[in-house]
Ligand binder design. Structure first.
Ligand code: F6P
Length: 543
């Protein structure tokens, strides 16, 4: 039964609490009855991997190690239909107004759409900006861009934080094997001067461009870094230092007020959320690193996943199925956190990128319509690269008292210039073997009988027993290229938006970070009395 509220039959997203949906009650009943163990589910159905493996363009998503029975899956899919999640993704990715609390569109999908269909002044302007980015990136890569003193530009230092940092930093690091050998790209995001000092170290101001990336142009960390970078440039270049600064921002006026020339300002539409912004001018450093062609391939990968997410029926829609599993784990099975474990060094920054995407989007306590969501919202997201994580927190995953669903991300082939090298092939196979081994060990565990059958001393049986029944999802990419990275980013973005749509919350605002920012601004005001805690600490130093 689909209990669509007739007043909402206009296709608009459902922005109130989810628990009135009939499928929600069905899921609650399944929790009370309990589901078979993962061991039983996997052993009893040899085709489970095939049935719960979903292809998303070039990515394979395997949900077979999740607590999904046919019934649970049926209720979850009903829930997505009742909450009109495909339609919502369609609206989001077409650039409709979906951000209620800021009365704004979300235009990241329209911006990276490769069909040329989306239109509107923001999109047209973004296309022109894209052309300017292409010209600049090409000139730098061809060695034709020169600085104020005529030296060739060979380095770009990207200043920005949060959404103005994590996506570009991830892409430049992930696609290292595709980057220009003679152009250095560095990032600095912290207010901590050590961070900028490290980013600037060894660079020549005469050959360096500073890209200051801030949508609002009010973020204190970024503006302080800009001041410090300008000091560094000025010490060498004097008055023409500002010629070495490019601003990527929505707030053109604020950038102009700091003396940045109009032809050095690349505009980001206000409707592109920071954490969804890699396909906008925020991605300039990525384009310089990998080149306009590869950057377009990344956008094409994103756009291909978007097209599927916005149109595929629920049962074939990878982004929505992933979100449904998240809702099942978080809201019904009470799993408060989720670990993300890429078995690829080149995806080491994926975890921090995803932390912002997921927790800033889903860490909400109110529905779009102002109601209480009535269920836990986004989980804590944490993780690290595979083999390191195995020797750090996997003990807790396997035998700790909390059950933490894991996303394992793997590459079938390593992205390196040495693909033909036997050592590289061995390494790729070992990584995959480790991934699958841990996913299986988490799911199957090893019970006391099995431990005894290994001849383990009775006193150690409890210590050597693995409870198992611990869920995980496996996400496999054929290899890491601009296209597949784009697909992966888009898949996780759309999964995040789908989770929000299921719960009726707004994934595009972030009011929660405002209070801390305001308080820090007030405390930084020198006319204000010093904070009591800081006073106390300083008085301890004096003792
Ligand atoms: O952390 C809050 C936040 O507003 C993020 O949403 C954003 O990505 C980041 O700060 C940086 O903001 P801006 O690009 O405006 O400097």
């Amino acid at each position: 039964m689909v209990d669509v509220n007739p007043s909402l039959d206009d296709g608009l997203p459902i922005d109130g609490p989810v628990h009135s949906a009939s499928a929600w009650a069905g899921l609650r009943d399944r929790v009370v009855e309990g589901t078979p163990s993962l061991r039983a589910l996997l052993n009893n159905d040899p085709d489970r991997g095939k049935q719960l493996g979903i292809k998303c363009v070039d990515i394979l998503v395997d949900l077979s190690r999740q607590h999904l029975t046919d019934e649970v899956l049926g209720h979850l899919q009903d829930l997505a239909r009742q909450r009109r999640v495909v339609e919502t993704l369609g609206r989001v990715l077409a650039g409709d107004t979906v951000n209620g609390s800021e009365n704004q569109a979300a235009s990241h999908g329209a911006l990276r759409d490769r069909t040329g269909k989306p239109s509107g002044s923001d999109i047209e302007a973004a296309r022109r900006t894209f052309d300017r980015m292409t010209d600049l990136a090409t000139a730098i890569r061809d060695g034709k861009a020169t600085g104020a003193t005529g030296h060739r530009i060979t380095a770009l230092v990207h200043l920005g934080i949060g959404g103005s940092h994590l996506g570009p930093a991830l892409a430049v690091d992930a696609l290292k094997h595709h980057t220009h050998p003679d152009v250095t790209i560095r990032f600095s995001s912290a207010i901590d001067t050590d961070d900028l000092d490290e980013a600037l170290s060894g660079l020549d101001p005469q050959s360096t461009l500073v890209v200051v990336c801030s949508k609002s142009f009010t973020t204190i960390e970024t503006l302080k870094a800009l001041d410090a970078a300008l000091d560094w440039l000025t010490a060498d270049l004097g008055d023409v230092a500002i010629d070495h600064v490019i601003a990527v921002t929505t707030a053109v006026r604020q950038a102009q007020d700091r003396g940045i020339q109009d032809d050095h300002i690349l505009k980001v539409p206000v409707s592109v959320g920071g954490r969804f912004s890699i396909g906008s001018a925020v991605g300039l450093s990525v384009m310089v690193a990998i080149g306009p062609q590869a950057f377009s391939e990344m956008l094409a990968g994103m756009s291909a996943v978007d097209a599927q997410s916005a149109t595929q029926p629920v049962e074939e829609n990878a982004a929505i199925l992933l979100a449904l599993v998240d809702v099942w784990n978080r809201c019904h099975l009470g799993r408060g956190s989720m670990a993300v474990v890429p078995y690829a060094h080149r995806l080491r920054l994926f975890v921090s990128w995803l932390q912002q995407l997921s927790m800033e989007s889903l860490g909400k306590g109110v529905c779009q319509n102002g109601d209480d969501p009535g269920t836990p919202t986004g989980p804590v997201v944490w993780g690290a690269t595979g083999t390191d994580a195995q020797h750090a927190f996997f003990q807790l995953l396997h035998q700790g008292t909390d059950v933490v669903p894991v996303d394992f991300i793997g590459l079938l082939q390593m992205s390196t210039s040495r693909v033909d090298d036997a050592g590289v092939r061995t390494s790729a196979n070992l990584l995959l073997t480790n991934l699958v081994a841990h996913a299986d060990a988490l799911a199957f565990g090893r019970n006391a009988e099995e431990v005894r059958s290994d001849g383990v001393d009775e006193a150690l049986v409890a210590h050597r027993t693995f409870p198992g029944d611990r869920p995980s999802t496996t996400v496999l990419l054929p290899e890491l290229t601009p296209t597949t990275l784009g697909q992966l980013i888009s898949l996780y973005e759309n999964r995040t938006v789908a989770f929000a749509a299921l719960l009726g919350i707004n994934p595009f605002d972030q009011w929660g970070v405002e209070l801390g920012k305001r308080t820090a601004r007030e405390l930084a005001d020198e006319s204000m009395p010093e904070h009591g805690l800081l006073r106390r600490v300083r008085s301890l130093e004096d003792e």
